[in-house]
Design a protein around this ligand. Sequence first.
Ligand code: ADP
Ligand code: SF4
Length: 686
Amino acid sequence: MSRDPRYDVLFEPVQIGPVTARNRFYQVPHCNGMGRLHPTSMAVMRGVKAEGGWAVVCTEQCDIHPTSATNREIRLWDDRDIPTLARMCDQVHAHGGLAGIELTHMGYYGGNEVTREAPMAPSPRPVHHDFPTQAREMDKSDIAAYRRWHRNAAVRAKTAGYDIVIVYAAHDLSLAMHFLSPRHNQRTDEYGGSIENRTRLLRELIEDTKEAVGDTCGVAVRFAVDELLGDEGVIAEREGRQVMEMLGELPDLWDVNVSDWVNDSQVSRFAEEGFQEPYTAFVKQHTSKPVVGVGRYTSPDRMVSLINKGLLDMIGAARPSIADPFLPRKIEEGRIDDIRECIGCNMCVGVSNVNAPIRCTQNPTMSEEWRRGWHPERIAPKDTNDTVLVVGAGPAGLEAAMSLGRRGYDVMLAEAGTEAGGRVARECKLPGLSAWGRVRDYRVGQLHKLANVGFYFDSNMDAEAARETGCSLIAVATGSSWRSDGTGRYHSFPIPGGDADHILTPDDLMADAEITGPVVIFDDDHYYMGGVLAEKMILAGHDVTLVTPAAEPSQWTGYTLESGPIHKHLLELGVNLLLSHAVTAVESDRIEASCVHTGKSRILTCATPVMVTARTSNDALYRELVSDEKALADAGIRRAVAIGDAYAPSTIADAVFGGHRFARELGAPMLDGPAYKDELPALAEL
Ligand code: ADP
Ligand code: SF4
């Protein structure tokens, strides 16, 4: 297929100072939980993005000095750090991309827990994260030193092979940004006060970087035009515009967004594609240099209109490039239907925030490109004579059937119900989660192209039916069901009254069970479900109380950058929150809730208790199959396994991963050692 001429504009080259991007697709810097702990995984992942057509592929933040140190991100403290980063550049260059690096000094943002160096800031204040230390005020010699470290890092970046060096002034994560922001900078010297003074450091950094590496490297600025904090912070119509007026022509490229990370990486539950446009639209009025912007863009038509309307010159993307590293290539090859669109769930962000290689709900190969050898678009042709039965068309079953089909296997996909998608089909009908339906839609769309996969609805399989299919491999992807008895993280055993018939679960609420209020939701799951159901129930007109042992609702979503917005949303909707409490007993018209610290209990009137606590694998079919080895052998079945939630209830991302892994490994038993390649730190001399 060839490209639709409507999209030609997306494939025009863009000049970035001395270097040329081959098209308008720019993968902005994004954390990936690999960094310097898993450098080859990181390098190959970036190379795959370049292979997928991204003209510019940037690193995550790169620490430039021990006074600004994370434990996980890449760094350029000295020359020893160059080889790791050179590996990334080589990977990106091998696929025709330009490599960009985001030089970072986090100032007050981190506590330097590893290095024990005192954090620094324009004005003294406690550090951002909950580490009990303060950042000290930078004096003139600190500013001079910082400029020197930044310059040295830029030179090392050039040596490593980078084509674009990014001066970072965004996300509340960078000293240049802190100097700009009124809330951080209360200095009275030439670096504080007027906008000219507060911009001085950013100007100097751009000039230093241009002077040091600008002969061969493009010098970009990543700039948050608005902190969404009102007067205390940077505002687009004030500092944003003033900075652009003063510095618009100085760098070779502007990559603009809103700060902080919570605002920049908003989830689809709270923000649509293109949500940053109202803030960043003005930037191009003030510069002739290319402007990059983000907004979870996955629609090529939307991208074209951004260019044609003169709002952006390059389409920036982090999450859309994670969900589909081949997004540009697919547009270029006229394969729009093949784009695996980001669902805006922030699982990637959440996992990077727990310091692990990122996972993606849509793209099971993310972070596995090198260590497991999983390419997002290529999968080995079949190498056995198996035929495969996949039972259940949730995310695990759909992914397994699709990927097996791509390998060339003949597959039967049997689904008990009348629609595809399993939990995704149910959950995408919950308030704010409609984009999650993309997990189903992408796979169903792909399955339609595979003549070797038969899709059978209304096919509730029992062991006998499964054996009779004549398939030699069976993957049981029958999902999981929510428990109703209160057992979960907090309670190891069912609670008193936990067997009552009027207790409902998320499964019941998603099946639109008849409800009477008041409703009490016991959220001991701590991810999105409890909060989303509270929203659904209150929108249905009920009085709703959410009881959770955690200190805030949907606590795990702190990692996915949602807990603040979710907390605010539930309060605004009028949901009653009873935090640090567990439901400890259920009666017909009330429940008992007890403080998790003191045990002191209170009684709440409740017609409908809802338990969001734990799930049980629906693995009866799997157990029945493997309990009769002879029947399996007689039927010519060499292996039956459970995958996805039927194997272990987890996230949708893990169900997709489980389905993909089955398609690659055909359910081979676990190895005694690691299932992937890994890097160990090189030991120094004692
Ligand atoms: P996962 O997240 O692991 O993919 P889901 O719960 O989303 O699991 O999907 C499981 C799917 O399996 C559902 O669509 C359900 O209707 C289907 N299913 C469950 N039991 C059977 C069965 N015995 N035969 C066929 N399909 C089944
Ligand atoms: Fe998008 Fe979710 Fe994948 Fe992140 S994990 S890239 S938000 S689909």
